[in-house]
Unconditional design. Structure first.
Lengths: 238, 291
C-alpha cells in the first residue's frame, strides 16, 4: 500500500533522513518510534508530500508520488493529522472539519461528516465554537475528524498523543483502534516505546534519520535494545 | 468650530480614510495570507491610474467600462507579479529578505518604466461625477461621496467573499496555516496568486477613485504605499478588518489635524499617532483578527 524506499531528505545542507525504507500494508497500524530529532515527523511529511525528498521513492498502491504535489494525496486516499493539531484556529470547528473534505464532492463530504460525527460524538456540541479556543484534547478530536473527512485508506498521525492528559491518551488510542477496525491503515509516530509498539501491528525504530530496527509490535517490545534504551529494563543474567 | 465644520471634518476624514482602507486592506490581505510585504503595491495603484487615463480619457470609454477594464488588467498584473517574481522565491529557505528585495526592485522598475513610457508630467483625469451634494449646511462634491460609497462597497464585497464563500474559507485557511491547508489538498500556491490579484484589485479601485482628485504620475502610488503600511501596522499585521478600521481612523486623524494644526503637519500628527500605538500596543489596535 504505502511504501517508502531509499528516501533521503535534506533541510538546506543538513541531511535528516538517510535511505529510509518503510511500508504500511492495508489495514495495518504501524508505529515509528525514536528520540527527539530522529526524523520521525520528517518521514511523515515526506510521505504526505509536505517535504520533498531529495531522492527515493514514495508510492501508494505502486503509484509513485514523490514528485507530485501534496494536494494529490487526499484524492488518492491519504491524509495526515499534523503535530500539535495545527487546526485553523480562528475558524469554527465545523469549518475545520469540512475543509478536510476539500478535494471531495459536497454530497460525499456530507455523508462522511455524519460518519465522523458518529465516530467522534465529543465534537458535536462544539461545532460552532472557534477551534483555537478548545482544549488540547478537544482540538485533537477535531484534527482527527478533519483527517478522516478525506475518507483516507491511510491516515498519517504526527505525535498524536503530544501534550495530552493520560486519560485523553487512552481515548485517542481507542479512537485510533476504532478507525483501524473500519479498514483505515494508520502510520503514526511517538516517542514512548511501550505506547507505540503495544498498539501497533508493526513498528520501526528511527535514530538520527536512519531506520535501525523494524519488526512486529511484539518483536519490537521484546528486542533487548528497545528494552534497555527505551523501556529502561536491565536484563539480568539467569 | 461650528457643528457644520465638525461634520465636514468627519465626512472628509471618512472619505480619505476609505482610500487608506482600500490600499491598506490589500496589503494586509497579502501579508496575512502569504507573509509577504509587497513594496510594489503602490505601483499597481499607479498603473491603474494610467489605465483609467488611457481608457476613460484617451479612448473615451464610459467610466464604468474603463474602470472594469483597468481593474481586470491590474488583477492580471498582480497575479503575474506573484507567479513570476514572488512564488519562485517562496520555495527558498531564506525567502523573507529576498522577497522584500524583489518587491522593492519591482517597484523601482515599474516607476522607471512609467517615466520612460508616459513621461514625468502630472496628468489629470476629469471628475466622474459632477456637482455638489448639499445636505443642510454641509456641501460635498459628488465625486468625493462616490469615493466613499464605492470604497465601502468594494471592501464589503471583499469581506463577503472572505467570510461567506468557499474561496474565502480557502483563503482564510491558507492564511492561518498554509501547510495544514496544503495537507487537506488546498493548492496554497494558487491561493497566494488569487490573493495578490484581489489585493491588486483593491489598489486599482483606490487609484481609479483617486485619479480625478490627485494627478496621475509615475509617483502616484508612493505616498499611498507608505500610508497603506501605516494602516496595516495600526490595524494589526495581516488583519483585513483591522486594516479597514485603521484606514478610517488614520483618515479621521489627518482630517482633524488639518483643521486644528495645519495641512503641513497632518502627516506628522498621523505618524506620531502611529508611533504612540506601536509603543503602547506593538501588535496593533485590532491584532488577532486576521483573515
Amino acid at each position: 500500500m504505502l511504501r517508502l524506499e531509499g528516501v533521503n531528505v535534506h533541510y538546506g545542507a543538513t541531511r535528516v533522513l538517510w535511505d529510509v525504507a518503510m511500508e504500511v500494508g492495508a489495514g495495518e497500524i504501524v508505529a515509528i518510534m525514536g528520540p527527539n530529532g530522529s526524523g520521525k515527523s520528517t518521514v511523515l511529511k515526506a510521505a504526505m508530500g509536505l517535504k520533498k525528498p531529495s531522492s527515493g521513492v514514495v508510492s501508494l498502491d505502486n503509484e509513485e508520488l514523490q514528485n507530485k504535489s501534496a494536494t494529490l494525496r487526499p484524492k488518492r486516499g491519504m491524509s495526515i493529522v499534523l503535530e500539535r493539531r495545527r487546526l485553523f484556529p480562528r475558524m469554527s470547528v465545523e469549518e475545520n472539519v469540512m475543509l478536510g473534505a476539500y478535494t471531495r464532492k459536497p454530497s460525499e463530504a456530507r455523508e462522511t461528516f455524519r460518519w465522523v460525527l458518529d465516530l467522534l460524538p465529543e465534537i458535536k456540541p462544539h461545532l460552532n465554537a472557534t477551534a483555537g479556543k478548545l482544549s488540547g484534547g478537544q482540538q485533537q478530536m477535531v484534527a482527527i475528524a478533519r483527517g478522516l473527512m478525506a475518507n483516507p485508506r491511510v491516515l498519517l498521525m504526527d505525535e498524536p498523543f503530544l501534550g495530552l492528559s493520560p486519560a485523553m491518551v487512552k481515548t485517542v488510542c481507542s479512537i485510533m483502534q476504532m478507525i483501524n477496525e473500519r479498514g483505515v491503515a494508520i502510520l503514526f509516530n511517538e516517542q514512548n516505546a511501550k505506547l507505540s509498539f503495544s498498539m501497533s501491528h508493526r513498528g520501526y525504530l528511527l535514530e538520527s534519520g536512519r531506520v535501525v530496527l523494524s519488526g512486529s509490535g511484539e518483536e519490537m517490545l521484546d528486542h533487548p535494545e528497545v528494552r534497555r534504551v527505551y523501556l529502561g529494563i536491565r536484563e539480568t543474567a539467569a | 468650530m461650528s457643528a457644520t465644520q465638525f461634520i465636514e471634518l468627519i465626512i472628509n476624514g471618512l472619505i480619505t480614510g476609505s482610500i487608506y482602507a482600500l490600499v491598506g486592506s490589500g496589503i494586509a490581505l497579502v501579508y496575512g495570507t502569504t507573509r509577504v510585504l509587497n513594496f510594489a503595491h503602490g505601483e499597481l495603484m499607479m498603473l491603474a491610474g494610467y489605465g483609467v487615463l488611457l481608457f476613460a480619457v484617451t479612448l473615451g470609454w464610459p467610466v464604468l467600462l474603463a474602470a472594469l477594464a483597468t481593474i481586470l488588467i491590474v488583477m492580471l498584473l498582480g497575479a503575474v507579479i506573484q507567479r513570476v517574481t514572488i512564488a519562485p522565491l517562496l520555495k527558498r529557505e531564506d525567502w523573507a529578505f529576498n522577497v522584500v528585495a524583489a518587491t522593492i526592485g519591482l517597484s523601482i522598475f515599474l516607476q522607471s518604466a512609467a517615466q520612460l513610457i508616459w513621461g514625468e508630467q502630472f496628468q489629470g483625469v476629469p471628475y466622474f461625477f459632477n456637482g455638489v451634494a448639499v445636505i443642510g449646511e454641509v456641501r460635498m462634491p459628488w465625486q468625493r461621496i462616490a469615493i466613499f460609497l464605492v470604497a465601502l462597497g468594494v471592501m464589503g464585497l471583499c469581506a463577503l467573499v472572505l467570510y461567506r464563500t468557499r474561496l474565502g474559507r480557502i483563503i482564510r485557511a491558507t492564511a492561518q496555516d498554509a501547510e495544514a491547508a496544503l495537507a487537506v489538498g488546498i493548492p496554497s500556491g494558487l491561493v497566494h496568486t488569487a490573493v495578490f490579484a484581489i489585493s491588486a484589485a483593491l489598489a486599482g479601485t483606490g487609484a481609479i477613485l483617486l485619479s480625478p482628485l490627485v494627478t496621475v504620475s509615475p509617483w502616484m502610488g508612493a505616498s499611498y504605499l507608505l500610508k497603506g503600511f501605516a494602516v496595516v501596522i495600526l490595524g494589526g499585521l495581516g488583519s483585513f478588518g483591522g486594516a479597514v478600521a485603521a484606514g478610517f481612523l488614520l483618515g479621521l486623524i489627518e482630517s482633524f489635524s488639518v483643521a486644528f494644526v495645519s495641512t503641513e503637519w497632518s502627516n506628522v500628527v498621523a505618524f506620531l499617532f502611529l508611533i504612540a500605538v506601536i509603543w503602547a500596543r506593538p501588535e496593533g489596535l485590532f491584532a488577532g483578527r486576521g483573515a
